[in-house]
Ligand binder design. Structure first.
Ligand code: PGA
Length: 247
C-alpha cells in the first residue's frame, strides 16, 4: 500500500509542513504503509534535509525542459538534488493548464532520466455511455509510456484519477466497482505495452476524493495498490484516519 499525499498549493508555511511531515513519519512507522509527500517546491528541502525515515518525497510536477532560460521552471534535476524520489506527472490540474499528452511524455522522460520515479496520472473528464473514456485513458497511458524503455516502464507508478471525482467529498468519489473495473483495464493496457511479468508489479493507485469515510472500502475492494490524496492529506485528523483505515 502506497499513499501519496499531494499537498497542492494548500500548505504554505514551514511550521504546518513540519507538523504534517512529523505525522507522516509516525503513521509510516506504525502502519508500514509507504507514504510519499508531495509538498510545494519551496518547502521540499526543508523536509528532506536529514530525513532518516521511510517517508519519501515527490515533486508535484516537473519541467518538460532540462533547464536554461525558462523563468519559473523547476527541473527534474533540481528536485532530485533536493531529495525527491518521485515526480507526479500529468496531474489533471497541470493538464488543464496546458499539459498535452506530448508534454506529459516529455516530462516522463525527464523524470526517468534524473532517477525520479514518475507517478503518472490518468483520468477521464467524464464518463459517456459508449465508453469512449476507455480509449481516452488508453491513449493517456500509451502516449506517456511510449518514449520509455521496457525496463523504465516497469518502474513507474500509475494513478487513476477521474477528473470529475477530484476535490469532492467521499460521496463524490468514484464507486468501488468502477475503480476496480478501471484498474483492471489499466492493468490490461500496461500488460500490452510492457510484456512479461513486470507490468503486474506496477503499482496502480486511485485518487479523487479519498477521505476517511471511503478509504477502507476502496482499499479493500477495488484492487488499488494505494491512494493519491489531495485535500484530506493536509488535514492532520483526516490524514491520520485515512492512513489508519487503509491498512
Ligand atoms: P482530492 O485530490 O483528494 O482533493 O480529490 C486528489 C488529487 O487531485 O490528486
Amino acid at each position: 500500500m502506497i499513499i501519496v499525499s499531494n499537498w497542492k498549493a494548500y500548505v504554505d508555511d514551514p511550521g504546518r509542513a513540519r507538523k504534517l511531515f512529523a505525522l507522516a513519519k509516525r503513521l509510516a512507522a506504525k502502519t508500514k504503509i509507504a507514504i510519499v509527500l508531495a509538498p510545494p517546491a519551496p518547502l521540499l528541502a526543508l523536509l528532506t534535509t536529514k530525513n532518516r525515515s521511510t517517508v519519501a518525497f515527490a515533486a508535484q510536477d516537473i519541467s518538460a525542459g532540462a533547464g536554461g532560460a525558462y523563468t519559473g521552471e523547476v527541473t527534474a534535476q533540481m528536485y532530485a538534488s533536493q531529495g525527491a524520489r518521485y515526480a507526479i506527472v500529468g496531474h489533471s490540474e497541470r493538464r488543464s493548464m496546458g499539459d498535452t499528452n506530448a508534454v506529459v511524455a516529455e516530462k516522463m522522460q525527464r523524470a526517468v532520466a534524473r532517477g525520479l520515479t514518475p507517478i503518472l496520472c490518468v483520468g477521464e473528464r467524464e464518463r459517456d455511455e459508449s465508453a469512449r473514456y476507455l480509449t481516452f485513458i488508453r491513449e493517456e497511458l500509451v502516449s506517456a509510456l511510449a518514449p520509455l524503455s521496457q525496463k523504465e516502464r516497469a518502474a513507474v507508478v500509475v494513478a487513476y484519477e477521474p477528473v470529475w471525482a477530484i476535490g469532492k467529498t467521499a460521496a463524490g468519489a468514484a464507486g468501488v466497482v468502477d475503480i476496480q473495473e478501471m484498474i483492471l483495464f489499466i492493468r490490461k493496457v500496461l500488460s500490452e505495452i510492457t510484456p512479461g511479468k513486470a507490468s503486474a508489479r506496477i503499482p496502480v493507485l486511485y485518487g479523487g476524493s479519498v477521505e476517511p469515510a471511503n478509504a477502507r472500502d476502496i482499499a479493500s475492494g477495488s484492487g488499488a495498490d494505494g491512494f493519491l490524496v489531495g485535500h484530506a492529506s493536509v488535514d492532520p485528523e483526516s490524514f491520520s484516519a485515512l492512513v489508519r483505515s487503509s491498512i
